[in-house]
Design a protein around this ligand. Structure first.
Ligand code: SF4
Length: 368
């Protein structure tokens, strides 16, 4: 029996950040136990599946109490078998990391913590509506380190109104001083469903290619190498769970709004807490939609995801994997991007150049 990746979504948050457009359950701690019960029921259909990676994301998984985190890992152990070396990621926000929670995560087998710092400037954190300060971020990081977590990723956000290259460099330098093994970067985008959109109604400078390239070279100089469009790590600290997504691998998703890709079928769950809980209690599952891609569509999708990674993709292997040929019109588009210096070929391996990475959305749109 082959192994799988498992994602468990914990939708609870203490407060809603101003830029957030996700479906989250804000201040609904009284529903956490019912949610854990629903997760257990949903997991029954996968009983005995071996796991190569487990990712517990949100929302804010660290919002859960210690008893609830313990119960979550008990249900995982009851329903799944973690392989030796299974990568277990747990997302935390600084304000809810305590010394004993950090130790509990180690005891539960967490091998990787993703800490949502976003910025080391209190002014910026306030403008984003985050619930933590720089001091909270430093304290959380040190609790995690002291508890023995040797693989910590931090999130960094840029593209805020009035942010200069110098501001970003100083902010990044402060974050890097913490000594994390992995950094994920995100450009602030103001989605219509966010509180920031309601207040300002526009996107301030997000996605600026200059800022992006500056951040990439800053991190490279600090010894944290890019391996994906938004992800950087020290050697051998890449996220295996996310690489599986970008390579078009299969995965199981449990929880509100979770997506799964199992046996060639992709399906997704109800995206509000009440609908998810009701569906699980009445039907034992909360699936509301599904799709099956043709091998050719799937091949193009894997091609696009692979171009997000610095390693690129071997086109021969890709065509063999899907028993399909890349359509001639797509090859023409690739050739034009190679001539423009946005893609490069190395034998049969196609990858995005440094310049190409800052316009990847445009490249993808042309290749779809
Ligand atoms: S950005 Fe993250 S922490 Fe903030 S409300 Fe959204 S899911 Fe919660």
């Amino acid at each position: 029996m082959s192994s799988s990746s498992l994602y468990i979504h914990i939708p609870f948050c203490g407060k809603k950040c101003l830029f957030c457009s996700f479906s989250v359950a804000v201040n609904q701690a009284n529903y956490v136990n019912a949610y854990l019960k629903a997760l257990r029921q949903e997991a029954l259909r996968y009983q005995g599946t071996r796991l190569s990676t487990l990712y517990i994301g949100g929302g804010t998984p660290s919002f859960l109490s210690e008893e609830q985190i313990d119960a979550l890992f008990v249900l995982v152990s009851e329903q799944f078998m973690r392989e030796d070396g299974c990568e277990v990621t747990f997302e935390c926000n600084p304000e809810s990391v305590t010394e004993s929670k950090a130790r509990l995560l180690r005891r539960c087998g967490v091998t990787r913590v993703s800490l949502g710092i976003q910025s080391m400037r209190d002014r910026i954190l306030t403008s984003l509506g985050r619930a933590h300060s720089q001091e909270d971020a430093e304290r959380a990081f040190s609790f995690l380190r002291s508890a023995g977590h040797e693989n910590i990723s931090v999130d960094f956000m840029y593209g805020m109104e009035g942010q200069s290259h110098e501001d970003i460099d100083q902010d990044l330098a402060d974050m890097i001083r913490l000594g994390s093994e992995h950094v994920s970067i995100y450009a602030l985008t103001v989605e219509e469903r966010s509180l920031l959109f309601v207040r300002k109604g526009q996107t301030p400078g997000a996605g600026d290619a200059d800022l992006y390239e500056g951040i990439c070279s800053f991190l490279e100089n600090a010894g944290i190498s890019q391996y994906e469009i938004s992800n950087f790590s020290r050697a051998s600290f890449e996220s295996r769970h996310n690489i599986n997504y970008w390579q078009g691998g299969e995965y199981i998703g449990l929880g509100m709004a979770a997506h799964s890709h199992v046996a060639g079928r992709r399906f997704w769950n109800q995206d509000t807490l009440s609908k998810y809980l009701n569906a699980i209690s009445q039907e034992g599952h909360a699936v509301v939609g599904e799709e099956r891609l043709t091998p050719k569509d799937k091949m193009i999708e894997v091609l696009l995801f692979s171009l997000r990674m610095n390693r690129g993709i071997n086109l021969d292997d890709l065509q063999k994997r899907f028993h399909a040929d890349i359509p001639p019109e797509k090859i023409e588009v690739m050739e034009s991007f190679i001539e423009m210096g946005l893609l490069e070929e190395d034998g049969m391996v196609l990858r995005t150049t440094v310049r190409g990475r800052s316009v990847l959305d445009e490249i993808s749109a042309r290749l779809v």
